[in-house]
Write a protein that binds this ligand. Sequence first.
Ligand SMILES: [Zn+2]
Length: 240
Amino acid sequence: MFAVLFLVLLSSSSLGSPAYLPAFGRFAILIHDVSPAYLPQLEEITALIDEYGLQNETYLFVIPDHGGKMPMWKYKAFMDFIEGLKREGYHVELHGYTHVGDEFDCNASTAGRKLELGLDALAVINATPEYFIAPRYSLSKPALGVLLDHNITVIGEDFIYFPNGTAEPIYNREYTWYLPEPLLDYQLASARASSAFTRGTFFLSLHPGAANNEAGVEFLKAFLRSVAGCENRDGRRGLG
Ligand SMILES: [Zn+2]
């Protein structure tokens, strides 16, 4: 009897509905792979976000030294760009260090060293990250421990992990991964239905480059417009 009850509780918590996270509200945009390699694409995406006034809802996951050969601090235009976005209300966060392979599927000392290097890079623009997404969502247990010990919350593909040791299921989806034009309407309907029906926080993940084709940009215009419209209509943050 106890075992059955335990299993029911276990499955209901792991398959449970996505959590509502007050720190994010009803909706947040997670931009992955923010690096000098994608400056023009990031400019195009953030121009759309600015147009709909969603700067505060947007989290930039920065790769401090993309590929181990693109140290962000050596790219002045990029640094100025990120600093400007930060002033507008965008959040500046960490996405690994070099993004080479599954770099955070590593031991604790390697994770600690890479984290310190990443924090140093963001400190140049006075950014202190609160959140971390591992490249390819690939993270060893020791590396997760290192991040949480630094009081950094880790966002995974389906879960969010808090420094106090708790985890919650999340709704985190990407609709604009080289979206083919014929699928635009389907993806838009799917995103709208999911955002309307989830009672939790809706995370929209996107990658510069992958999101910048014609269908991706159309998707973002239409979806962000509906998000912004809901916010204006009922005077509170969130989706209808
Ligand atoms: Zn990435």
